[in-house]
Design a binder for this molecule. Sequence first.
Ligand code: SME
Length: 139
Amino acid sequence: LNTTLSRDEKLLSICKLLSDSIDYYNWVGFYFANQETKTLHLGPYVGAETDHTVIPFGKGICGQVAVSNENFVVPDVSAQDNYIACSFTVKSEIVVPLFVNGENIGQIDIDSHVIDPFTKADEKFLEFVNQEIAKIFTV
Ligand code: SME
């Protein structure tokens, strides 16, 4: 990616590329952790506007990933406890933590309009994407 772009511009480009390339990636965005306030903050995203720009650690799928440090795949959001609905069109979700120097600094969050689209291949792919993104944070 062009190094004259800001970090947020690069992240937005990645959101656009992912949502344009994969038909069931319908909302793609980043949340970043503030360890002092124990909250996640919405970063660059593409898709429907969301009211959930700040999410406390532990709340929703995103908030749980902030504390578990593990991928979270939700095949059917209607069957999920501790889920924060952003839009009624969303049927499923995947959240993969973003590690920089071993620290969970945030996550990539993807919503889909279809039920159960996310496979192990999506998890592996998004882990790879996040490893590449981590490089943006270490230069
Ligand atoms: N559904 C998420 C909230 C963020 S929106 O998907 C953009 C959650 O439960 O944490």
